[in-house]
Design a protein. Structure first.
Length: 319
């Protein structure tokens, strides 16, 4: 009898557990949509649709503007925006140039007129410029990528020599896909290992790079430091040859400062491999107590040798 009574009590407790503690059927929402879809395991009632394996293409006529892939896309009720997890986008520029971007999250408007990517973003251009940032926006109408936060850029590796890639950073950037120009804006800073163990630092307010060539231009308050020598000017252009940085051209009024010497010129050209600085446009170099003036002044070996072509004057300066 005691065994029968104990069995009855246990049966009653099991029934009570099933009635009061079983999960409700409304805790799971089944999402159905055209194409790839999956069952949502979220209890968030705001989510209206969840799709997996997303592939979107934006085109104008026969030309692709961008192509997107994402692991998961979610759309909330009464929203015209899709939220994407782990997103990859291939932006197409002119002349078959592309910019491959990837990030942790993405947001795309239902009409696909705009994109937003955030979280650990990396963008790689066709010529291997790499940009890292945390937030970008893309407008289909303007065909521009805008990055309002700090960005780090790494240039392509040099094909020869022992120089290292160019490393840059700025507070913001944008890339125009119609011109394939990448603009670093606001407090631009950079560095580069040169051949022969030398190191270059460069700063400006703006820098431009090409997504299809080795073009690099620095504008506004340009300062270049190579070892102990500092050259300043309003703009500077990098010139590449055979896949490596060959020289740099500075114009618009140049100033030079080094240990024991300083000077001015209309323009200057720096040949990195030869460690040679050429100053033109009424150049003047003051070294110790001597002032050198000529049609062209050339400084070799970090200032160890100075050559004046068509010298106009050489005299001892007086206080």
């Amino acid at each position: 009898m005691w065994k029968w009574l104990l069995a009855s009590v246990l049966f009653f407790l099991i029934v009570m557990e099933l009635v009061f503690f079983a999960p409700e059927s409304g805790d799971r929402e089944i999402i159905e949509d055209i194409g790839d879809s999956e069952v949502s395991t979220e209890s968030n009632e705001k989510v209206e649709q969840i799709l997996s394996g997303i592939h979107l293409v934006e085109a104008q006529g026969d030309e692709k503007q961008w192509e997107l892939e994402s692991q998961v896309a979610k759309k909330e009720k009464n929203s015209d925006e899709w939220r994407l997890d782990v997103v990859k986008v291939n932006f197409f520029g002119e002349n078959d140039v592309s910019y491959k971007a990837k990030g942790l999250k993405g947001f795309v408007a239902e009409g696909q007129e705009s994109l937003k990517i955030e979280g650990d973003i990396e963008i790689t251009s066709s010529n291997d410029y790499k940009l890292r940032t945390e937030l970008i926006f893309y407008s289909t109408e303007s065909r521009k990528i805008d990055g309002p936060q700090e960005v780090h850029l790494k240039g392509p590796s040099e094909k020869s020599g022992d120089g290292g890639p160019l490393h840059m950073q700025s507070k913001s950037f944008n890339a125009d896909l119609s011109t394939n120009i990448i603009n670093l804006t606001d407090t631009v800073r950079g560095r580069k290992k040169m051949s022969g163990g030398r190191h270059m630092k460069i700063s400006s307010q703006m820098a431009q790079f090409s997504g299809q060539s080795n073009f690099a231009l620095f504008k506004d308050d340009v300062v270049i430091d190579v070892n102990s020598m500092t050259v300043t000017g309003p703009r500077a252009k990098f010139i590449y040859k055979d896949g490596e940085l060959y020289s740099m051209f500075i114009d618009g009024g140049v100033k030079i400062k080094d240990v024991g010497k300083w000077g001015v010129a209309g323009e200057a050209e720096v040949f990195f491999k030869e460690d040679k600085y050429v100053f033109r446009g009424n150049p003047k170099i003051v070294q110790d107590e001597d002032q050198l003036v000529g049609e062209e002044i050339v400084i070799f070996d970090g200032g160890e040798r100075v050559q004046v072509k068509k010298a106009k004057a050489k005299y001892q300066t007086k206080e």
